[in-house]
Design a protein around this ligand. Structure first.
Ligand code: GLN
Length: 536
């Protein structure tokens, strides 16, 4: 079957949850057993997200194949429960690079190379290639940014032209503000958005409207009128208890049938067992039997998007254990002054996530020490593992001022250091230890118990490593090295002996799914839940 296409365009402003809407549509198509995949257009000229600051842009998501992509890919994967690939991410940077490389090879001899048709044709070619290679039934294309931006204008123009060659359904995600609870739902901004889309030569087939409360009938009528569609095709996207409910919420409105009909995909019934297992998980998120309080001690806590996958992995683990996770966000700077205990005494588990640069490091080390000394369950991710090693070296193994060479190149005990292979690297893009790495866990360790097997694989994104020169000394002092790369050369997991504390150089949160939660997160939440119960 020829692939069908859905293009999702946002108007008015960012932050409406376009990634969640795209993922919900993908999930609905998956419920109908269609092979649906996303493509994401991002207008920025970075080649990928690898060089972006998570504090500004949100977390950098990493795929199995080493690609560093937009955080929306995390949402797609968490909904679809599939491992995606980097070719689904098409940035302005990649597009321009393709065109310029072709031009230098003489691919356009004699022509003036222009946005239209050269860049737009290239965007179209890239999308067609993905559909063909992945043999998709439906490709769902999310255009980053909003209609009217200069940044994504060539992508939008490419999609207008794309619809001349293929069957395309356009969906506009818009917003209806309401100034107070009793106030009217306003449609004027959405109307301006429609006008802007129509000016780009695109008429939406469906309008999905964000709002804090359920869309009123008269709001729908107005939106339909100005978007030139029937009222049924205006879909409510009001606040739900959890984002994972959105596919079901859309289906309740008959959006699945209407969308499939519009694409000429009639007759197939939704896969009941897939839907039932999703609904069951969603129920667990909405109505948990208990609650667990977890501190995330990080340095980008003001922008929660920086830790999106960690937060979601905790929700997945909580759902698996019938517990709601209440996250206490702690900016690590604030733990540097010695009152660590006060801030941490009410939490059942402490997590130090990934991060770069020196700021806030000592506060994280203090938090880890507190967890170890007070037997509060600890989970360390990437930087959180490196600092678990630093803390142990300083406070148990007597290595005064032990550190990572990332923070203190002058330290006598550089227990975390750059590998030789990283020393000569001066290019920043795509040069870290990235993507999926196989790991062997030692039987009897907490990590082994978490995964229930010896051979595992997790995604990576870091430059520094456990320094093997200190392996023996630290093991002699009781630090457990519970996992290494299959050749034994790189340390992947470390843990404590006397209480729950697992840390990994990898980023297991990146592979956590609602339907397949990450094992170390589940173990961690289980230990925290146990502590919470003991405290009652
Ligand atoms: N900054 C550390 C490194 O580069 C940790 C990276 C991370 O936590 N992702 O190795």
């Amino acid at each position: 079957m020829q692939s069908k296409y859905i293009v999702i365009l946002g108007s008015l402003m960012s932050g409406l949850g376009k990634g969640v809407v795209t993922s919900s549509i993908l999930k609905i198509l998956d419920f109908y057993d269609y092979n649906a995949m996303p493509v994401k257009f991002d207008g920025y000229l970075n080649y990928d997200c690898g060089t972006m600051n998570p504090y500004r842009h949100g977390e950098v998501f990493v795929l199995d194949d080493r690609s560093e992509v937009d955080m929306d890919f995390g949402i797609y994967e968490r909904f679809l429960n599939k491992n995606l690939t980097g070719d689904l991410s098409i940035t302005g940077g990649k597009l321009f690079e393709e065109v310029i490389t072709k031009e230098r090879k003489g691919g356009f001899l004699g022509e003036d190379v222009q946005i239209i048709p050269h860049l737009t044709n290239e965007a179209i070619r890239m999308v067609e290639k993905v559909a063909e290679e992945k043999k998709t039934d439906v490709l769902v294309i999310e255009v980053g940014g909003t209609v009217g931006d200069i940044e994504n204008s060539y992508f939008i123009e490419a999609m207008r032209q794309f619809a001349l060659r293929h069957e395309v359904i356009f969906i506009n995600l818009t917003y209806s503000p309401q100034l107070d609870v009793v106030g009217e739902q306003k449609t004027k901004p959405a109307q301006l958005g429609f006008r802007s889309m129509l000016q780009s030569g695109i008429r939406p087939d469906f309008v999905i409207c964000r709002s804090s409360r359920k869309l009123e009938e008269k709001t729908k009528e107005k939106l339909a009128l100005f978007a030139n569609i029937s009222k049924e095709r205006v879909i409510d996207d009001s606040d739900q208890e959890t984002i994972y409910k959105l596919p079901l919420h859309f289906m309740k409105q008959g959006f699945d049938r209407m969308l499939l009909n519009a694409m000429g995909l009639k007759g197939r019934k939704a896969n009941k067992s897939k839907m039932a297992s999703w609904s069951k998980k969603v129920e667990k998120v909405i109505k948990p039997g208990s609650s667990t309080r977890i501190a995330i001690v990080g340095k980008y806590t003001d922008l929660r998007d920086s830790y999106a996958s960690v937060k979601e992995a905790l929700i997945h683990a909580g759902a698996a254990l019938d517990s709601r996770i209440d996250v206490k966000w702690i900016e690590s700077d604030t733990l540097e002054k010695g009152d660590t205990g006060k801030k941490l005494e009410d939490v059942d588990g402490i997590l130090v996530p990934g991060g770069f640069g020196k700021r806030g490091i000592e506060g994280m080390v203090n938090a880890i020490r507190y967890a170890r000394e007070n037997k509060v369950p600890y989970l360390g991710i990437c930087l959180g593992m490196q600092l678990m090693v630093v803390e142990y070296s300083r406070n148990i193994a007597g290595m005064k001022n032990a550190d990572s060479s990332e923070f203190n190149g002058g330290s006598r005990y550089k227990v975390i250091d750059l590998l030789k292979s990283q020393r000569g690297v001066d290019k920043k893009g795509g040069t870290m230890r990235l993507g999926l790495w196989k790991c062997r866990l030692s039987e009897g360790t907490q990590a082994y118990v978490a995964y229930g097997r010896e051979s595992i694989a997790e995604r990576h994104r870091h430059r520094y490593e456990f320094n093997n020169a200190y392996r023996k000394a630290l093991e002699d002092k009781g630090l457990v090295i519970s996992g290494t790369t299959t050749d034994g050369k790189l340390v992947e997991f470390v843990e404590w002996k006397d209480s729950f504390g697992i840390a990994t150089q990898s980023h297991p949160e990146l592979r956590s799914r609602l339907e397949d939660p990450s094992p170390p997160f589940v173990s961690f939440v289980r230990a925290a839940k146990k502590l919470a119960k003991e405290r009652l």
